[in-house]
Design a protein around this ligand. Sequence first.
Ligand code: SIN
Length: 521
Amino acid sequence: MKQDSLNSEILIIGTGIAGLTSAIYAAQSGFQVNLITKAKHIEDNSTWLAQGGIVYQEKEKDIDSLIRDILTAGDGLSLKESVQVLAKEGTKYINDLLIGKAGIEFTRCEDGSLDFTAEAAHSDRRIIHSTDATGKAIEKGLLKLVKKYKNVKIFRQHIALDFITPHHIKDQLAVYKDPEVYGCFVLDLTKTRVKKFYSKVTILATGGLGQVYKYTTNHPLSTGDGFAMAKRAKASIINMEYTQFHPTALYSQSRPLFLITEALRGEGAVLKTIDGKEFMKKYHSLASLAPRDVVAKSIHKEMLKNNQPYVLLDIGSYMEGDKIKKRFPTIYQTCRDRGIDITSRPIPVVPAFHFICGGIKVDLWGRTSLKRLFAVGEVSCTGAHGANRLASTSLLESLIWGAKSIEFINKNKHFFKFKIKEAIDWTTLKKEESDPAVLNKAWHALKDIMWNYVGLVRNTRRLQMALEELQDLSEMIEKIYISSRPDQNIIELRNGIQSALLVAQAAWENKKSRGTHYRVD
Ligand code: SIN
């Protein structure tokens, strides 16, 4: 059977804030866009789960202090040019797209002005938010807007398999070409059919890889697909050892772990041991508002020292009950549903994997090392976060680079003066189904390896074990992958293992502790 071919000028993979921003600006510029997501519901992604907010630097004169905070959090490894873009250009896009075109309602004070909150390591209150569900408000607003554009075709339940690259096109001379991307092989999950999505430009916005860790705040669909695809296509990938653990996820049996936003500490909540003792002052002068990596490591130390499975985050002693309910309605309700009234009882919290600071290397416009391929959002590494990301800069980075990728494409119309040759058919449509019991066990093994050996605290021995065990797992899953019918589970697992290997390898190679990469040998 001939495989379906779909053409567009721009193919965008991923429907979080980064992908939707690119899609909207591309649509406004008149491009034909195919927008794909593996999710059944378009909003199923980590943007939806983002709570805290987005940095909005209103006053020109305060930009330098924002730059300083980003650089300090990044522990000396941030790329200054990217930090400048992050600090200077965000407000323009928030005004234009989020507040302007999408009409997103951020929380306002009684006089109608935007309400600003604080989070760890910010020297100023400069974060705007939509109560404690900022990501949800943004995703809803952008989705409503993108659906208005006739030149954006949205494909749900379509999972990217691999980029179409020169060696896939029927041209013997393609081997002499520089690596470039002509779109993607995509599996339509509703029909188990592979389609070829051809495009002149591809924008990857697939988000992070949190699901390779046992404990994570990331969405269940964050399985590292983009990193693994980029690795297979030989794109340049950097800084993968810088894995950020959020200090405060709700200690519970549910997965993913429910995030307890840093904004709680920004509004006065304090970390305590189970017997009620404050402990952060002895680790950092900013105490509970120290940079995220410092807080996560300190909590980990306290848990080990006291042999306790969690620490406590106390907001009830520092904010009135009614104010808590109004400012943090989602957290109040979620904890309440689990039997904790946060207005009178502290919240049991643990660190959990939250964000990867590294990723596919991109420039100030989102260009990767592969021609015609851009990467935006968490899957990319702009260098702005260095070794540790400052709170509430990830939605911002996604927004800015989502927009700037289209600005670049707009200025460089030569991308479109080009005819793509037909690609070979995808050949791994085998009959046999993979065994879910085997895959399930492999997922558990992957998550355990990453949590125990490539977690908050690393050493040579652990990393050596991680690499050996991940390699074995990878070989086993590769055999299953090539002999069975591709389905979402095996595709995600294979991608997860390959992206975990990128993290473990980078952590193994880098002997120096810095920011989120903490080695004790
Ligand atoms: C949070 O709300 O604590 C998370 C914000 C972020 O990851 O930047």
